[in-house]
Design a protein around this ligand. Sequence first.
Ligand SMILES: Nc1ncnc2c1ncn2[C@@H]1O[C@H](COP(=O)(O)OP(=O)(O)OP(=O)(O)O)[C@@H](O)[C@H]1O
Ligand SMILES: O=C(O)c1ccc[n+]([C@@H]2O[C@H](COP(=O)([O-])O)[C@@H](O)[C@H]2O)c1
Length: 269
Amino acid sequence: MDGHKITKVVLLACGSFNPVTNMHLRMFELARDHLEDTGLYRVVKGIISPVGDAYKKKGLIEACHRLEMARLSTENSDWITVDSWESLQPEWVETAKVVRHHYDQLQPAEQTDDDVDTVKYAKKRRAEKPSHRTKRGGPHLMLLCGADVLESFGVPNLWKQDDIAAIVGRYGLVCITRSGSDPHKFIHGSDMLWKYRKNIHVVHEWVTNEISATHVRQSLRRGRSVRYLLPDAVVRYIQEQGLYTAESEQKNADVILAPLQRYSGASTS
Ligand SMILES: Nc1ncnc2c1ncn2[C@@H]1O[C@H](COP(=O)(O)OP(=O)(O)OP(=O)(O)O)[C@@H](O)[C@H]1O
Ligand SMILES: O=C(O)c1ccc[n+]([C@@H]2O[C@H](COP(=O)([O-])O)[C@@H](O)[C@H]2O)c1
């Protein structure tokens, strides 16, 4: 033993999962290998959290189907799970709040917000040292995403700056490279990400990696095979339920994406 304390980590992936692909599952395996290779972390759990219907992304099919496909895809995994909390919320939930929800769920029950001294102390510590090391005894939670999500932090008016600071400053991020992206360059170009760069773990996917849910939906609309891009059980479910048609791709076509509604003042109801 070299005396290092091994930190337990839970990985949380947020996204549409429309549908879940083999690449989504591979992201978890890549992230676990990368973190555990450092000798500093042990990844104890992975959580897939499909976004709710109120996200209103074009072509987003009902959460119940996306959840079921994610469940089928993780049936054979002994550590990757699916959580329905986010997808069941009536309104779209910002990712920072989803991260916070799961972080709270992971903390030991005896440390509740009723313990005023503990909360005050934790708040003081957070203010003094904004880091994901402000844990309350449970495992760390890190957000797992592809480089496109990291780069979306730079899209004007999409993410709240405080939310980005919370995600990278207090929890941590594991980012998988994706074709067409350069996460290191992006981190270098952002003062906020640079400040918290030690909490951002970039994992290089060396296998050329073009799988996207958009491409899968397009193939399905054209009657092309998606076998080996998706778990077999997910392919079967899509066929049985008749999912991903030209019609479903037009869902939300004229709606502004939920995160942007808070800036435009637009409403979908
Ligand atoms: N090929 C990939 N390489 C790296 N990350 C990926 C890849 N595909 C998806 N991800 C990541 O998985 C998470 C969930 O992705 P999401 O459900 O939005 O899939 P997507 O393929 O990007 O979807 P869409 O094509 O519908 O935009 C995101 O963090 C996304 O960056
Ligand atoms: O929290 C935010 O401000 C925020 C802004 C834009 C996107 N997100 C989340 O990022 C994920 C993006 O998924 P997708 O399919 O649009 O790539 C999804 O889980 C959204 O809820 C979150």
